[in-house]
Design a protein around this ligand. Structure first.
Ligand SMILES: [Zn+2]
Ligand SMILES: [Zn+2]
Length: 277
């Protein structure tokens, strides 16, 4: 039975733990019984162009991940990936970043709206309800733009990461979120990713952190399925070896509840669906 963690970070991410080496992640992956692991370090193009984050050392990450692939060959399906943040904001920079190395698994993520800091820095605790919904609506608009980003006419994304990223910080602010009023936009976004063959990531980092939600929630997984979506991936978004695989099993239970009995991974360069039960 497949057990995939396809969203993880090493020390090559600006916010990865120092001891989070590719080798340490692989060791932990074997300890917890993962079949597939994708290392998807951050390359936030807006953060790099605007000087907000350190530049992703793609060459050093490539060397370290390739060494680990060789070392763990036959024991773990290790995928060399990247989490490309906000690609639509600087598309030429994003295309150049993707051209540097042969990435096998590309997550497209939106971490902030144009000229607005990462949602991580926004305090939702006392924010007025209309503003929360206006920001969420704008996040959906920009996620649409991001999912339309192309390289030579095709989407480079294997999956869209934490599609409701803002919800995480709404939950940090001890708030709930009513998605009903956003169903039309969500359905349009799902239709776009289905058309472009981009999988929907179920990001369970928020469960591991005790926030009680997933990105997206069960309700929105069901909506994706109702829209015809069939491609889902699972990711812990671990930033240290200890968090590898954490809450993925709980994620499987949610996927099953939403009607999905298989997840997408990449084996020998091919996208494949694998049963989770
Ligand atoms: Zn992210
Ligand atoms: Zn991440």
């Amino acid at each position: 039975m497949v057990y995939c963690d396809l969203h993880t970070h090493t020390r090559f991410s600006f916010d990865g733990a120092d001891h989070s080496t590719p080798d340490a992640l692989c060791r932990r992956a074997l300890e917890v019984g993962l079949t597939d692991l994708a290392i998807t370090d951050h390359c936030d193009v807006n953060g790099e162009v605007e000087g907000l984050y350190d530049i992703y050392d793609a060459d050093a990450a490539y060397t370290a991940v390739m060494e680990a692939k060789e070392k763990y060959r036959g024991r773990l399906n290790l995928l060399y990936g990247i989490e490309l943040g906000n690609a639509h904001q600087y598309p030429d920079y994003a295309r150049a970043a993707l051209a540097r190395h042969p990435y096998e698994f590309v997550i497209g993520s939106l971490h902030n709206l144009r000229d607005v800091p990462d949602f991580y820095y926004i305090n939702f605790e006392k924010m007025r309800e209309p503003l929360v919904h206006s920001l969420f609506s704008r996040a959906l608009d920009e996620t649409m733009e991001m999912c339309a980003f192309d390289v030579d006419g095709r989407s480079p994304f294997t999956a869209v990461g934490h599609i409701t990223y803002m919800h995480r910080y709404v939950a940090v602010g001890k708030r709930t979120m009513d998605f009903k009023r956003h169903y039309d936009k969500l359905a349009a976004l799902y239709e776009l990713i289905i058309k472009r063959d981009i999988a929907l990531e179920l990001n369970v980092s928020t469960l591991a952190k005790g926030l009680g939600i997933t990105m997206p929630t069960l309700e929105l997984l069901k909506l994706y399925r109702d829209c015809g979506g069939r491609l889902v991936t699972t990711g812990s978004d671990a930033h240290c070896p200890e968090d590898i695989g954490r809450a993925i099993r709980k994620g499987h239970a949610l996927l099953l509840a939403a009607g999905f009995d298989e997840v997408l991974t990449v084996r020998d360069g091919e996208r494949v669906l694998q049963k989770i039960n």
